[in-house]
Design a protein around this ligand. Structure first.
Ligand code: IVH
Length: 673
């Protein structure tokens, strides 16, 4: 009996600890422990719960994904209606809103406003009963929404149990309102992998979020990089906030990702407009999309006095930004070939500026997208910047179409090798069927050497193209058989750079195993999945023997990923390629080897400047082997700047940003620690 209570206590403590770290990691961007330490806590909890299944609760951090898929969503009525916002257009209308509000509140009452980003996501309501998440629903018609509880539970930023801090700790019931969204870079990555798989791409991050939230199978939702931000409450029982700011601050204390960072109280309409313009300026630099500002009255008493109209409150308005669009002409449609042979059509356009960036290319994704929008060569098109970098065509200005224009069809031959290109039934993409197509090999190598993969510096696309056309390299393993003489024989290749590249290739031989797996470029195996797989299997040999069922048991690994892994290792061509790595001395370091001698460089960002005594490639390899990262420029995220002889302007940047500066001996010492 006493033993039982001890386990129970440990389980409860672990859950509390894990919840705190999840909040610090996902919502505060301020982790206190390393990933490996977090994983250890999580595994301990999983172990204890396996031993004592009777102690498993629905709000345990281990219980995010689970349960069978649905046939259709149930319905959940909202205790208080989920209203929408009326829009103001232009600064004059904003001032009118201010005048109206002052008049309605009566003389002697001065409104205080709160201005916050208008997140471009999917509106949801989360219900917490005594601190436990009991349901999640979409807005629906405002009165009744769809029951998406199982899907919401998979979003790591959404706590299954609130932290016992702040005024909501005592709330018996709390309806949290907010948006589910996707960061632009996560969205781009998701679309790229869908494109590679020949699946339909999402038009923008909001559609991707909406599609992911409305999946009947929550296992699929769990693989999507969804996030959440809370911007208000509905029904609250057992707590009595008095202002909007107090609400968001306390949502954050309770462990929710709350809209705080760019939320600003403003006393005058001039301040409101200033913050609006500020948000418009930084819009492009935010990792997620916002489409305007929401202006709310801060005092809840004043909100109540102003009341609501039929569908929107009188105490808040949305002030949207002008869209980032422009009109230009499609000169030509070009077809590129990706790693898996997918042919991707790209519109080459007359350069045009959108939001301070010159744009001349836009992806057209695939034939379905071309047909849907009917984009043709010579067309005048409206384009917009949706994701981080890749602009897209919104629509064609049909009035301006040249009379002789023809619908565009992706060719039936690969534009690079001339082999047949086929559209696989049920897939959106056409693929070059020649696995030795030079374009495919070039893309495979480019991915293999890229940052985050094997990180081999100096091997640019021009060099890779030469290596592939001259048949020095047919697959990634061949890189490890290159010598400086072969490299020197290539165009525009100096002796010094050749030996640098060889050093970089050699240094990559002991890259971490998960990066090696990611570098191999299996469909659906991104950095995160690669890490999950290598945590479980430690080396490639073991992973290659894993079966479908076994792979699917790993938390976070679904049937599609498992299928991709099994197919990869079954392919004789891949087997042959893999067998060439070992004899060339490639020996990736397993995660367990790495974490067993935890280094202070782990998960830290390094930048080098000036001339070091040890070769750069070696210094880089040291960092990577210790689990750190090397980047090119000094930013807020940089942890260490390592300076050699004659440092450049990076040193100034580091000093102004307060980044720690190390000289070479200090750097060595740190890594040897
Ligand atoms: S407050 C009654 N704050 O915009 C006030 N809404 O057009 C309700 N939205 O469906 C909303 N960011 O989902 C509020 N910071 C923010 C928001 C926000 C995005 C969404 C919200 C609502 C829609 C209204």
């Amino acid at each position: 009996m006493i033993m039982q209570t001890t386990f129970e206590q440990e389980i409860m403590d672990l859950r509390q600890e894990i919840r705190r770290h999840e909040h610090l990691y996902y919502n505060m961007d301020a982790p206190e422990i390393t990933d490996a330490e977090y994983d250890a806590l999580f595994r301990r909890l999983e172990f204890l719960e396996q031993e004592h299944p009777e102690l498993i609760t629905r709000d345990s951090p281990t219980q995010r994904v689970g349960g069978a898929g649905l046939d259709k969503f149930g319905q959940i009525p909202h205790a208080y209606p989920m209203l929408s916002l009326s829009n103001v257009f232009g600064e004059n209308e904003m001032s009118d809103f201010d005048a109206r509000t002052r008049k309605a509140l009566g003389s002697g009452v001065t409104p205080e406003y709160v201005v916050e980003p208008k997140y471009d996501g999917v509106a949801v309501e989360l219900v917490y009963e005594k601190g436990t998440l009991v349901s999640g629903s979409t807005r629906g018609d405002g009165l009744v929404g769809e029951d998406i509880t199982a899907n919401v539970r998979t979003i790591r930023a959404v706590p299954l149990r609130l932290l016992p801090n702040g005024i909501f700790a005592s709330a018996n019931l709390l309806d949290v309102r907010g948006e589910i969204f996707m960061n632009r870079n996560d969205f781009d990555r998701l679309n790229r992998s869908r494109e590679e798989l020949g699946e339909q791409v999402f038009a923008n991050p909001r559609n991707a979020s909406a599609g992911s939230v409305r999946q009947l199978d929550s296992q699929v939702t769990a693989t999507r990089p969804l996030r959440f931000v809370a911007h208000g409450v509905g029904r609250v029982e057992g707590a009595a906030p008095t202002t909007h700011i107090e609400i968001v601050q306390n949502l954050a204390r309770a462990g929710l990702p709350a809209s705080l960072e760019y939320t600003k109280p403003c006393c005058t309409i001039a301040d409101v407009l200033e913050h609006y313009r500020f948000l418009q300026r930084i819009r492009q630099d935010l990792p997620y999309e916002i489409d305007g500002a929401v202006i709310k009255i801060n005092s809840l008493t004043q909100q109540a006095a102003l009341g609501v109209k039929t569908r929107s409150p009188r105490w808040a308005v949305a002030f949207k930004f002008a869209p980032l669009q422009a009109t230009t002409v499609v000169r030509r449609i070009e077809v590129g070939v990706g790693r898996t042979g997918v042919l991707t059509p790209v519109a080459l356009m007359q350069p045009v500026e959108i939001g301070g960036v010159t744009v001349s290319r836009a992806t057209l994704h695939n034939q379905d997208e071309i047909d849907r929008k009917d984009v043709r060569e010579g067309d005048t098109v409206v384009i917009q910047r949706a994701g981080d970098v890749i602009p897209e065509v919104v629509r064609v200005v049909v009035d301006k179409r040249p009379t002789d224009s023809q619908p565009y069809n992706i060719p039936d031959e690969c534009p690079v090798c001339g082999a047949e290109a086929l559209r696989i039934p049920d897939q959106a993409a056409k693929r070059c069927m020649n696995i030795s197509c030079p374009a495919r090999v070039v893309e495979t190598i480019r991915h293999f050497v890229s940052r985050g993969a094997m990180d081999i510096e100096g091997l640019g696309v021009k060099l890779i193209e030469q290596l592939v056309t001259k048949r020095h390299v047919k697959d990634p393993a061949d890189l490890y058989y290159l010598d400086a003489d072969t490299l020197k024989s290539l165009e525009r290749m100096a002796d010094k750079s050749a030996s640098k590249i060889v050093a970089a290739i050699n240094a990559s031989k002991s890259a971490p195993a998960d990066r090696f797996l990611y570098a191999l470029g299996l469909p659906l195996v991104g950095e995160h999945v690669a890490r999950l797989l290598m945590e479980r299997y430690t080396d490639m040999e073991k992973l290659s023997r894993a079966g479908l069922a076994e792979l699917q048991e790993i938390p976070g690994i679904g049937p599609e990923v498992s299928q991709s892994v099994v197919l990869f290792f079954k392919d004789p061509k891949n087997k042959k390629m893999l067998s060439k790595f070992g004899p060339a001395g490639v020996a990736p370091v397993s995660l367990s080897q790495r974490t067993s001698r935890e280094s202070p460089a782990k998960d830290k960002n390094f930048v080098f400047t000036g001339t070091l005594i040890m070769p750069r490639a070696e210094a880089k390899a040291l960092v990577i082997q210790s689990g750190g990262r090397v980047t090119g420029s000094v930013t807020k995220k940089t942890d260490f700047l390592v300076v050699g002889e004659d440092p450049g302007s990076k040193l100034d940047s580091a000093q102004s940003l307060g980044v720690r500066v190390l000289n070479e001996p200090e750097f060595r010492q740190l890594l040897e620690a």
